[in-house]
Design a protein around this ligand. Structure first.
Ligand SMILES: Cc1ncc(COP(=O)(O)O)c(C=O)c1O
Length: 375
């Protein structure tokens, strides 16, 4: 029997994640595959995290703490400089859930979401599922966020303004000055959501830390994640920092036990392992330097990145990125085509361990040489 589904739901194309290693190996009959497609941490989890999880396994027959008390305290300690209070913290099953719940809790179909046309896809998807109209701001010519373009599009219906800094998939960032200009223009009734999923990797001195603007603009939400530099993608854990008022609204809409027991324990251990965080950032920095040097040698265009991934122009027209992806897949290297982000002849590569980076460059060079696109 056909179930009646609302037209705005029918129109949705589901999010396509990077292929898992097991699926690629099963389909192609290969092994020793490396995944450089989903901006995960190539170091594997912190041993302190796996130890904490093991110690907590006897308790997984019980529901987790619905208020995530110890995790919230660990995050508050981590953010001590910003004086975050317990009720100003939002905890989610990945920062994805924080974004999802906030959008649905704060916006009605009569209001608008304002977001970049070429930023993390999930914003548009969530809005579609909740029937919230979205106004898209194309990237500027230099592939950075068009802050004047955001300002121009703010109108009386605008409710939530979403920014991703640094942005995925470009790795580009907007400056403190640009952020300040935007905040000074945003009406008080709007909420500004700043997605800082890659914050820990940032080293550009003029890139803003949105936490520092909480005093300047009240309705600010800063989303961060444990999936990247903290190496916990598989456990799903993220958080937001905002006002107690927005926090109360969030808690009305989120599911009662949205963050599982092991994720809570792992989050506390991950925040304590500052050495792991330092190694993650350093491995990423060195990996990016290696890629920059190799891509320059091959005379390939790329965007310098503040994240743990790089956008590289491989050429080949409308299907260039997808073809490059298919070819590298057969060599056991999973990267990400980005045609869905409006970059059909580019690919996104997540920074890996040194030997993974070398394999990726070797396969990319062999493919592009064969295509006559590098000398
Ligand atoms: C910009 C951005 N925001 C949010 C997320 C979601 O992260 P998670 O739900 O794993 O915290 C990602 C994941 O890739 C991302 O790139």
């Amino acid at each position: 029997m056909t179930v009646k589904v609302a037209p705005y739901i029918q129109k949705i194309t589901p999010y396509r994640p990077g292929k898992p290693i097991s699926e690629v190996e099963r389909e192609l009959g290969i092994y020793d595959t490396v995944k450089m497609a989903s901006n995960e941490n190539p170091l594997g989890p912190s041993p302190k995290v796996t130890e904490a999880i093991r110690a907590d396994l006897p308790y997984i027959h019980l529901y987790p703490d619905g208020n995530a008390f110890y995790l919230k305290h660990a995050i508050m300690r981590h953010l001590a400089r910003h004086h975050v209070k317990m009720d100003e913290l939002l905890i989610g099953n990945g920062s994805n859930e924080v974004i999802d719940v906030l959008l649905r809790a704060l916006c009605t179909p009569e209001e608008e979401l304002l977001v970049s046309a070429q930023a993390f896809m999930v914003y548009e998807l969530i809005a579609k599922a909740a029937n919230i109209p979205t106004v898209l701001v194309p990237l500027a010519k230099d592939h950075r966020f068009d802050i004047p373009g955001y300002i121009e599009r703010i109108n009386e219906k605008t409710k939530l303004i979403a920014l991703v800094n640094p942005n995925n998939p470009t790795g580009t960032y907007y400056t403190k000055k640009e952020f300040e200009a935007l905040l000074s223009y945003v009406p008080e009734r709007c909420v500004v959501l700043v997605d800082e999923a890659y914050y820990e990797y940032v080293d550009a001195p003029d890139c803003p830390n949105a936490m520092e603007y909480r005093k300047d603009f009240e309705n600010l939400v800063i989303c961060r994640t444990f999936s990247k530099a903290f190496g916990l993608s598989g456990l799903r854990l993220g958080y937001g920092v905002t006002t107690a008022e927005i926090g109360d609204t969030y808690r009305k809409v989120r599911a009662p036990f949205n963050v599982n027991e092991l994720a809570q324990v792992a989050g506390v251990a991950a925040l304590e392992d500052t050495d792991y965080l330092r190694r993650s950032i350093e491995t990423n920095r060195k990996g990016k330097e290696y890629f920059y040097a190799e891509l320059r040698r091959m005379e390939l265009e790329f965007l310098p990145s503040q994240g743990n991934f790089l956008l590289v122009r491989v050429g080949g027209g409308e299907t260039g990125g997808a073809e490059c992806y298919e070819n590298l897949l057969r060599e056991g290297i999973i990267i990400r085509p980005v045609n869905n982000y409006g970059f059909p002849d580019w690919i996104r590569i997540s920074i890996g361990l040194p030997e993974q980076n070398q394999r990726c460059i070797a396969a990319l060079e062999a493919y592009l040489r064969n295509e006559g696109r590098v000398r």
